[in-house]
Design a protein around this ligand. Sequence first.
Ligand code: FAD
Length: 496
Amino acid sequence: MTNPDQRLRRVVIAGGGTAGWMAAAAIARTLGRTVDLTLIESEAIGTIGVGESTIPPLVNYNRLLGINEAEFMRATQATFKLGILFDDWKEPGSRYFHSFGLTGKDHWSAGFQHFWLYGRSKGHDPSYDEYCLELIAALKGRFAHLPEDRMNYAYQLDSGLYAKFLRKMAEGDGAARIEGRIARVELDGESGDIAALHLDSGQRVEGDLFIDCTGFRALLIGDALHVGHDDWTHWLPCDSAIALQTESVGPAVPYTRAMAHDAGWQWRIPLQHRVGNGIVYCSRYLDRDAALDRLVGNVEGEILTEPNFLRFGAGARRKQWHRNCVAIGLSGGFMEPLESTSIHLIQRAVLRLIRMMPLTGISEHDIAEFNDQQHNDMLQIRDFLVLHYKATDRRDSAFWRQCASMEIPDSLAHKIELFRETGRVFRRNDELFAENSWVQVMMGQGIMPRSWHPIAEKLRDDELARLLTMLRDEVTRTVSTLPEHAAYVARYCGAA
Ligand code: FAD
């Protein structure tokens, strides 16, 4: 235990990007005046300036903080997101959709894919996609909130505006903000804990618990405390990105696009007022100028911003919590943005930290538990991302040949083989991506199970046909009642 007899009061957040303000807003709202919360950020340094596509748990995060959704969407220029459309991943010309919805109807013993696979063997043609409400709604450009959260969605947003929105909330809830550059991290000579942060201005900011949200710089957890980094670039070889924004050329669609190219992929994320674009690539196979040309040549609408060049390496901090410092956001690790998991990892870390907020001294057991849970999240997400690169028929470039021939983690190899042989996928340890996510991506990337669960064959042919028709008709009927997405957003946000 550190400081066992002292009440832990002073929480200092270093950095005010999406991570810093997500942490500040949640801590200030949840713990109120039981802590003294200070956030230090430097406008001169700025934030990373990307991060627009999210996944459904963010809806709950905002609800937990009591955020009004329409107000939040207005402030962040957000649109709704029902999933990701993947182009050219299995092979050039191929396409699949990873939706946030459930497909068909599961039985407790077997997911819907088993019934669909059996149906296919009996000559039922409709694709797996046609049984998913969110997927069909997305492709038709439709959206509405449905009773009992029947439509599972996330947001496409401007994360810089989200940080601003959260800043207002956090300051309203008592968080103090200091503008300035952190020049030095002071360690306590005896304990080795962080004692204070020194700013360029000469100001010294003391704290009991420090949250490192300084982004890739990792000033506290990395530079000062020397916590190392696990390198996963041999599994996730993309190491560079270029982002730029364009004007919208049509109504915003409720999905993000991920278009593979011969050395990585490109994103397109429609917001209310503009479109976010970026190319993610492996610098071994594509140089910066060629990547920029490719991106510029494959955007729609007028380019509104200068290109934002970014370098990164996939990997995770070995300990996200060390001594009296917790790394949240890019300082804790980064895996590439393919499945929009970074802001989610911030959310998980912030909520986890609040659950484990010390009363007095910091418990080594809390630290161990936090690190174990965070690590588990990151490993599961890592495997899900690696799947997209490994399971592909693409061999048309050195990049894809490298991906196809790479060794993959045993945990992923097992998951793929289990699915290939039996059609089964299991969600373990509170895993973020549920069974249907794995099924959609595995089949989309070309892994087709060789068999199905025997329970599917319990159905007589006419029962199976009735079930499949009924489920598909229900999707078609519901989608036909939904309004057009962009018009719905405009109305919902009060802008129409
Ligand atoms: P930053 O935004 O870098 O913030 C760091 C903060 O620390 C800033 O306020 C900075 O001023 C401050 N700071 C640094 N040094 C000092 C200092 N010395 N003194 C004072 N202050 C300092 N995530 C998603 O969920 N969805 C996406 O679609 C997505 N797309 C991405 C695309 C790319 C190419 C990349 C690289 C990332 C993407 N991410 C995405 C990740 C997402 O951008 C980040 O997780 C998110 O923005 C959080 O960043 P951060 O707050 O940790 O770091």
